[in-house]
Ligand binder design. Structure first.
Ligand SMILES: NC(=O)c1ccc[n+]([C@@H]2O[C@H](COP(=O)([O-])OP(=O)(O)OC[C@H]3O[C@@H](n4cnc5c(N)ncnc54)[C@H](O)[C@@H]3O)[C@@H](O)[C@H]2O)c1
Length: 247
């Protein structure tokens, strides 16, 4: 199996994309540490009978709180000795046009999407530097190219690309790959229940050469590739999972 005995840490593990990634890593032999702020959803992962014979450990952590992040990383390295793969997947949206956007809406999105990833990169990289290897995959978004009503989200996802490219240069000499995935519109419950779903969907399909929305499995496959040995000579890259849409 591709990820046999690899220790994989994933944030936002209880979301629709996160759960799909957790399940696939597990099925490919990894020891997965599923991190999320949502205690009830973490409990549901613990209670999932399908996972009983597989290895998934759940950790409640608010990724915007550096102390909690440090404690989580310390616990993981104490229990398992290392972290081979980090997937920074947690993300939130607080959409509003710029003239109405509040400071809190700006801060909340930047805190989770960018500062949370910074905290995890910082403390996981310390361990990876000792081990002299590792893979970091940051889930950005096609929104880094700009979306109306998403100044906060687009900025956070563009920032995540800057973080990825800087860390690729900084950590590459130590054998650590750092890459980003930029999904387009992915058909999750959150998107389907959006009040403007039909409009957003139609725009996406019009602008996408592949003429469909993405699936969570499309994102998962890109994450697994960037976490695997098959991408060992790739770093600082943005893998667009957008059906070809680039604007
Ligand atoms: N769904 C899409 O169309 C799409 C498109 C492009 C990029 N993305 C990105 O993919 C990632 C996953 O998206 P999703 O659709 O599964 O979202 P989701 O809302 O289903 O899941 C996000 C998860 O992050 C967790 N989270 C939020 N704040 C947190 C915090 N402070 N600490 C720890 N965990 C926290 C939530 O509890 C949730 O489980 C996000 O980064 C998102 O921006 C999604």
């Amino acid at each position: 199996m591709r990820f046999n005995d690899k220790v994989v840490v994933i944030t936002g593990a209880c979301g629709e994309i996160g759960k799909c990634i957790v399940e696939s890593f597990m099925n490919e032999g990894a020891l997965v540490v599923a991190c999320d702020i949502n205690e009830r959803a973490l409990q549901a992962i613990n209670d999932n009978k399908d996972f009983n014979d597989k290895i998934v450990i759940t950790e409640k952590v608010d990724i915007t709180n550096e102390k909690e992040v440090v404690l989580t990383i310390e616990k993981i390295t104490r229990d398992f000795g290392r972290i081979d793969i980090l997937v920074n997947n947690a993300g939130i949206v607080r959409d509003r046009v710029i003239t109405e956007m509040t400071e809190k809406e700006w801060d909340d999105v930047l805190d989770v999407n960018l500062k949370g990833a910074f905290f995890f990169c910082k403390h996981v990289a310390r361990q990876m530097l000792i081990d002299g290897k590792g893979k970091i995959v940051n889930i950005s978004s096609r929104a880094y190219l700009g979306n109306p009503g998403q100044a906060n989200y687009s900025s956070s996802k563009a920032g995540l690309i800057g973080l990825t490219k800087s860390l690729a240069k900084e950590l590459g000499p130590a054998g650590i790959n750092v890459n980003a995935i930029a999904p387009g519109l992915i058909e999750t419950d959150m998107i389907i229940s959006h009040p403007k779903y039909e409009k957003i969907k139609n725009i996406h399909i019009k602008l996408s050469p592949l003429k469909r929305l993405g699936k969570v499995t499309d994102v998962r496959d890109a994450v697994l590739f960037m976490s695997s040995e098959e991408s060992s000579y790739i770093t600082g890259e943005i893998l667009h999972v957008t059906g070809g849409r680039m604007g």
